[in-house]
Design a protein around this ligand. Structure first.
Ligand SMILES: [Zn+2]
Ligand SMILES: [Zn+2]
Length: 455
């Protein structure tokens, strides 16, 4: 490969001259490592390009109607691609509109309608599966490895990754890996997972050396990393604190358990659905509150529950005072479709966003994770408080979750019984039942649903 300009370093010339190590172990050495291993006889068994023409079944969206299960034809893989036989993929609530409401092309709450069916997208936000093949430059996974594919890549060398924000990695390069009826087929976030086979660059993969059931591992990508990260990475919750978790869906349940593991003393789950409140109590919540019962009194009620727990006094100069929770983690979001369970006070999800800010202590940390609120809706902060106050706000659905570090950590917590994923095991469906999985997610009659594309 010739250099495109005088400033571009050819990987091949580096290897030829034995200069890969001489560049200081930086990006060039990292990227060239797989090829160097190949030259030394450590080449992976599977070569680039062997997947071309392979036909697999996938649940794809390719027009302004509902997704369907179709046969797609795979393209040749590139040097850094990983071919994965999908074991399980959870039906993310944020894709419910895409799956159930004709006209929605994206699941991210935008309501945007695609102008024309130019491409097809495999549903799903990352998955768990077994590596079937790898390109010759892939380093960190091998054929036969179980991997979790993440919503975001984590390359380890970009501006965001070097600043410990792997959740905002800028190397999210991911092209089509298949074709259908002349249209390129790309995976949704994390390569999608509603497919027998998916293909992602290795930056999206994290090997997990565990025999935890795949359906449970499917929770980790997207929703699990979002909720667990909210409590353990960007906040992170300190021991002996008061934590309020708004919303005890699958994201909130991960936040509740994260807060428990971090040593919070009081964890209050706010959730309108009765079975979810009951499960929250089993997973670490010390109290639950029904927002429909509290109504307009919710903020005051939660603040009172977190007032002077340690000092047991209202005297400010003795360490007391009207305080409120040290942490608020919001995991509500907007309703995509009408649930078949109890409905919260505000289907748009905007009211809980506002309440979270209002109830957090004056020096507390407020983590927001949800998506799906109307674009034209606003929350309000007092200008002086926002500009010169001491309340922290951490936005973003992945909460600083660096997948390559955090996923093995979460797996270990599950294996040691510190994190209860069994209680959050999804109800499972076949690939042909993909729509039913999203229907269940939309109905909210179960905590989470997952599809097992290979049976
Ligand atoms: Zn998702
Ligand atoms: Zn990166």
């Amino acid at each position: 490969m010739a250099s495109k300009s005088s400033r571009t370093i050819s990987r091949r010339s580096l290897l030829k001259n034995g200069a890969a190590a001489a560049v200081g172990g930086g990006a060039a050495a990292y990227l060239a490592g797989g090829a160097a291993a190949a030259q030394q006889g450590g080449a992976p068994a599977v070569a680039t390009g062997t997947q071309a023409g392979r036909r697999v079944r996938a649940y794809i969206k390719y027009r302004n109607e509902l997704p369907t299960v179709e046969q797609i034809t795979m393209r040749a893989i590139t040097e850094r691609d990983v071919v994965i036989r999908v074991e399980a993929c959870q039906a993310c609530y944020s894709s419910v509109t895409t799956a159930l409401v004709p006209g929605f092309f994206t699941g991210l709450g935008t309501g945007r309608v695609a102008p024309a069916p130019m491409s097809a997208s495999v549903e799903g936000h990352g998955c768990v599966g077994i590596v079937e093949a790898i390109g010759p430059q892939v380093q960190k996974v091998q054929v036969g490895d179980r991997v979790i594919t993440c919503q975001h890549a984590q390359c380890g060398v970009c501006y965001a990754c070097l600043r410990m924000r792997g959740d905002r990695c800028m190397n999210n390069r991911r092209g089509p890996f298949a074709d259908f009826n002349g249209m390129p087929v790309t995976g949704s976030l994390g390569g999608g997972g509603f497919t027998e086979i998916t293909v992602v660059p290795e930056e999206y993969t994290v090997p997990v050396f565990t025999d935890i059931p795949p359906a449970q591992l499917a929770n980790i990508s997207c929703v699990g990393s979002c909720g667990f990260g909210a409590a353990t990475t960007m906040a992170p919750v300190e021991m002996a604190t008061d934590v309020v978790v708004l919303g005890a869906g699958i994201v909130g349940m991960h936040a509740i358990q994260g807060a428990r593991i971090r040593g919070a003393s009081q964890i209050i789950a706010v959730e309108p659905i009765r079975y979810r409140r009951e499960l929250a109590l089993k997973l670490g919540a010390t109290a639950v509150v029904d927002p429909n019962v509290e109504g307009d009194n919710l903020v005051k009620k939660l603040q009172e529950m977190c007032t002077s727990k340690v000092a047991k006094t209202d005297r400010r100069f003795a360490g007391g005072g009207y305080v409120g929770p040290d942490y608020v983690i919001e995991a509500v979001g907007g309703d995509r479709v009408k649930p078949k369970t109890e409905v919260g006070p505000d289907p748009t999800g905007v009211l809980p966003l506002q309440q979270g800010w209002d109830l957090c202590s004056i020096i507390g940390t407020y983590v927001t994770t949800s998506i799906g609120q109307p674009w034209n809706a606003n929350v309000q902060f007092p200008a002086a408080n926002w500009a010169d106050g001491a309340k922290h706000h951490i936005p973003g659905s992945q909460g600083g979750f660096g997948s390559r570090k955090e996923i093995p950590r979460l797996v270990r917590l599950i294996e040691t019984g510190q994190f209860n994923m069994q209680a959050l095991a999804p109800k499972t469906f076949s690939l042909a039942q993909s729509k039913d999985a999203f229907q269940l997610a939309g109905d909210r009659t179960a905590m989470v649903a997952a599809v097992l594309p290979n049976g």
